[in-house]
Design a protein around this ligand. Structure first.
Ligand code: ADP
Length: 395
C-alpha cells in the first residue's frame, strides 16, 4: 500500500516539488524550477536513481508545471499514481486557520488575501490553478504557513495601533513558517522522549528567511514574523525589525515611494545589505575568516538580534526547557549556534562544543548533559509535514 502525495511550493519565480509516499515516508522525486518568467528558466528533476536538468523558456507557472509533467513522463515516477496534491500557501489571513480542501471559494479567498501577501499568494494561486488543470481528478489541499500561529494569544498578535484601523485592514501578527515550527516542535518532543504538552521550547527556524517561536506546552504563544514575513530576525535579504519611522524618513529624504521602501527592506537589506552582497552564511563565514569587517559586523548584528529574541521568549514562557535550531543556517552554521549559546550561557543554555561540531541529517542534542536547558538541532522537513497534512485531510 502506498499513498504518494505531490507537494508543491510555488514562489514568484520558482516551483519546488516533491512526491512523498506518506506510508513509507520515501521520497519518489524532488524537483526545482527556477527563473520562471526569464528566458533561461530551467528545471532539475531528481529521482532516487537519476537527475536531469531540462532548459526551456517558461513564461509563467502554467508553462513551468507543464514542463514538470514532462519531466515526470520522461523520467518518472508515474504522476497518475499521485493520490492528492498539497500546496504550500503563505498567507491564510484570519480566514484559513487550518489545512483546507481547495475549491472555488478557497481560491477566491486566497485572491482576496493577496493584498496582505502580494509577493506570495498570487504565485500560489497560479500554481494551484495550473496543477488543478493537470491533475483534475485528485483532491488538492492548501497548507498555510500561518495556520500553526492561528491560536496565538491576543496580547501577542495585537499591534499597538488604533483598533478600528487594525480591524478594517486585517492588521495583526499572523506569523509564518508555521509548518516548520510545528513539525520541529513535535520532533523535539520525540527526540527528548517527552510529551509535547509537558514542556516549553523555543524554535529558531534560520533559513534564508528566519523566524523564531515560543511554544508553551505545544502551543505557540509568540513568534517573530508579523503581518508579513518582514518582521523579526535579521534574514538573508530582509531587515527584520526596524524603526517604522524609516518609511516616512526615506520617503522624505530619498524620495522612495512605499513600493521602493518595501523592496529595499525585503530584498536589499539583512545580511545581503550589510555585507554588500552576501546572503549565504557559507560565503559570509569565509569572508569573516578572510578578515572582512562588514561580514563580521553583519554576523554580530544577526547574533545580537537572535540572542535578544531568545532571552525575551525565555521570559515570556516563564522559562524554556529546550532551544532548537533548524533550517539551512540553524542546521549547518555551527559558528552561529556557538556564538548565540555563548551569550546565553549565564541563562542556563550550556552548549557542548564537540556535539555542536557534528553534522548529520537526523536530530541531535548539542547541549552538555548537565545543561539546565536542552539545546538541539532538528532538521526541518516541511515537505513531509505538508504531505502528511494533505494525506490526513484527503485519505
Ligand atoms: P530557504 O528555505 O529560506 O530558502 P534554507 O533553509 O534552505 O532557506 O537555508 C538556506 C541558507 O542556509 C543559505 O542561504 C545559507 O545561508 C545557509 N546554509 C546552507 N548550507 C549551509 C552550510 N553548509 N553552512 C552554513 N550555512 C549554510
Amino acid at each position: 500500500m502506498s499513498t504518494p502525495i505531490l507537494v508543491l511550493n510555488c514562489g514568484s519565480s520558482s516551483i519546488k516539488y516533491q512526491v512523498i509516499d506518506t506510508d513509507t515516508e520515501m521520497v519518489w522525486a524532488t524537483g526545482l524550477v527556477e527563473k520562471i518568467g526569464l528566458a533561461d528558466s530551467e528545471l532539475t528533476h531528481t529521482t532516487p536513481d537519476r537527475e536531469e536538468t531540462l532548459k526551456a523558456p517558461l513564461p509563467d507557472h502554467d508553462a513551468a508545471l507543464h514542463l514538470v509533467v514532462k519531466a515526470f513522463a520522461d523520467i518518472g515516477p508515474d504522476l497518475s499514481e499521485v493520490v492528492a496534491v498539497g500546496h504550500r500557501t503563505v498567507h491564510g489571513g484570519d480566514r484559513f486557520r487550518d489545512t483546507v480542501l481547495i475549491d472555488d471559494n478557497v481560491i477566491q479567498g486566497l485572491i482576496e488575501l493577496s493584498g496582505l501577501a502580494p509577493l506570495h499568494n498570487p504565485p500560489g494561486v497560479a500554481g494551484i490553478k495550473a496543477a488543478q488543470d493537470i491533475l483534475p481528478n485528485v483532491p488538492h489541499a492548501a497548507i498555510f504557513d500561518t495556520a500553526f500561529f492561528a491560536t496565538l494569544p491576543p496580547e501577542s498578535y495585537t499591534y499597538a495601533i488604533d483598533t478600528t484601523v487594525a480591524h478594517q485592514y486585517g492588521i495583526r501578527k499572523y506569523g509564518f513558517h508555521g509548518t516548520s515550527h510545528s513539525y520541529v516542535s513535535k520532533k523535539t518532543a520525540e527526540v527528548l522522549g517527552r510529551d509535547l504538552a509537558s514542556f516549553n521550547q523555543i524554535v529558531c527556524h534560520l533559513g534564508n528567511g528566519a523566524s523564531i517561536s515560543a511554544i508553551k506546552r505545544g502551543m505557540p504563544v509568540e513568534t517573530s514574523m508579523g503581518m508579513t514575513p518582514l518582521q523579526g530576525l535579521v534574514m538573508g535579504t530582509r531587515s527584520g525589525d526596524i524603526d517604522p519611522g524609516l518609511f516616512a524618513y526615506l520617503a522624505r529624504v530619498a524620495d522612495m515611494d512605499s513600493a521602493a521602501v518595501d523592496t529595499f527592506l525585503n530584498k536589499r537589506s539583512g545580511m545581503i545589505g550589510m555585507t554588500g552582497g552576501m546572503n549565504d552564511f557559507r560565503h559570509i563565514m569565509a569572508a569573516m575568516d578572510a578578515g572582512d569587517e562588514a561580514a563580521h559586523l553583519a554576523f554580530d548584528v544577526y547574533v545580537h538580534r537572535l540572542v535578544g529574541y531568545i532571552g525575551s521568549y525565555h521570559a515570556l514562557l516563564g522559562g524554556t526547557q529546550a532551544l532548537v535550531f533548524t533550517a539551512g543556517v540553524g542546521e549547518n552554521a555551527q559558528p552561529v549556534r556557538a556564538a548565540v549559546c555563548e551569550r546565553l550561557a549565564p541563562l542556563g543554555f550550556w552548549l557542548d562544543p564537540e556535539l555542536n561540531r557534528i553534522r548529520q541529517k537526523t536530530p541531535w542534542v548539542i547541549s552538555r548533559p548537565n545543561s539546565p536547558i536542552a539545546i538541539l538541532v532538528v532538521p526541518t522537513n516541511e515537505e513531509l509535514a505538508m504531505a502528511r497534512a494533505t494525506a490526513a485531510l484527503t485519505q
